[in-house]
Design a protein around this ligand. Sequence first.
Ligand SMILES: Cc1cc2nc3c(=O)[nH]c(=O)nc-3n(C[C@H](O)[C@H](O)[C@H](O)COP(=O)(O)OP(=O)(O)OC[C@H]3O[C@@H](n4cnc5c(N)ncnc54)[C@H](O)[C@@H]3O)c2cc1C
Length: 404
Amino acid sequence: MTQELSYDIVVVGAGPAGSSAAFSAAKLGHRVALVEKEETVAQTVRTSGVTWMDSIKEFEIPEYCYNPVKNYGFCSPNNEVVISGKIAMAAVLDVRKTYRWLAEKAQKQDVELFLNTTITGAARDQHGITLSATSPNGEISFHCKIVIDASGFQTIVGKSLGLTTQWKRFGAGAEYEVEAENADPDTWWLMVGQDYSPAGYAWIFPLGGKIVRIGVGVGKPESPLDPTERLKEIIEKKLGPIAKLGKITPIEFHYGLIPNDGLSRKTVYDNLILVGDTAGQANPLVLEGIRYAIRFGRVAGETAANAIHRGDLSEKSLISYEENWKKAIQSKINSASKVQARWIGLSDQEWDKELDIIRELSIDEFLDFIKADFGLASIVKMAVSHPKLAVRQLFNIVKGATGK
Ligand SMILES: Cc1cc2nc3c(=O)[nH]c(=O)nc-3n(C[C@H](O)[C@H](O)[C@H](O)COP(=O)(O)OP(=O)(O)OC[C@H]3O[C@@H](n4cnc5c(N)ncnc54)[C@H](O)[C@@H]3O)c2cc1C
């Protein structure tokens, strides 16, 4: 027999977007269910977990959840640059600890967490939306006023309602978490060029102690390459900075997909909000989306809660969510997409030269660049008055103007 359950808001997916949305909706006094298909939160890790110290402080992520990083290495086939800071500006998250901390925060606000429960379909009804789910205890129907679809790449609710289609452009990433004899916990590496990835990059991200994550990301459909195969090859060949790691002992394998279609999706409908990867909210330069998932997850939860308070569940009533996140990141993502378009076409020789340009950036300029954290004013400033011509030209491309 199907169990019938009713909530004000049902959030699908206990990733960073879903747990954050559930937390903020429940904080405003609503009955919220958070539904996750895996047996535990973050049972499967699908991400490398790099984020930024300013976001960590903003979200008050506890220290036991991350390893701070202050040196940023970038290497191409015949060039290398390491930009170092006095204090750590970036960090690598322990993904399981962080995602569980977020889900526990939601539970402390009385969110009901359903684990091992898979949403299989969605239909509109007179009160809102009914979600069908399977669980070890049988079928469940979740009735609610508003659904927040935070199911990540799959976008189960958006697809079931016929509102979204599969992402056409996306990144596929494979990664080993390993113990490395000579791991340097303060330094990360981004590795570019054909041998690492013909459309993307490879990485070494330190987790603290002797643990690092070595990975390869490949843009689809630009390249047919299997990132797992390439990852095994570069580890076997000990390419570039991998050689410095010494003996490598694999601990765990991670694999994931991330949308790379820009901000192409509509993210609010009557009774429905899309957030995180379902909304395509990722920085296209390095395909990082965790901080956006948390930030806009919170906004999505608040927006849904306020709409219920007002008794208006229409798209118009929820549109402030879309306005909020677009105001915050749309122009940055569009600028970063221009750099991504340039980077995806670079040959090995051109990458070697690109690193000479990157070397000219100050640490703040470099990090704002990688974070896609440039406002129009800072792009224009760099394009007009940076002392180095090559940097001015790079930022003219970002600006979309003709460089001089
Ligand atoms: C290889 C790789 C490396 C990355 N590295 C970084 C990085 O270094 N830094 C960074 O910021 N970002 C990185 N990202 C991106 C980042 O992982 C995502 O942007 C982020 O996880 C988005 O969070 P989310 O909550 O929207 O989705 P997800 O984290 O994907 O969470 C979705 C949740 O929904 C659940 N779910 C799915 N379908 C259903 C269903 N039918 N029923 C119930 N539950 C369901 C899933 O099990 C999952 O728990 C990387 C991505 C990949 C693929």
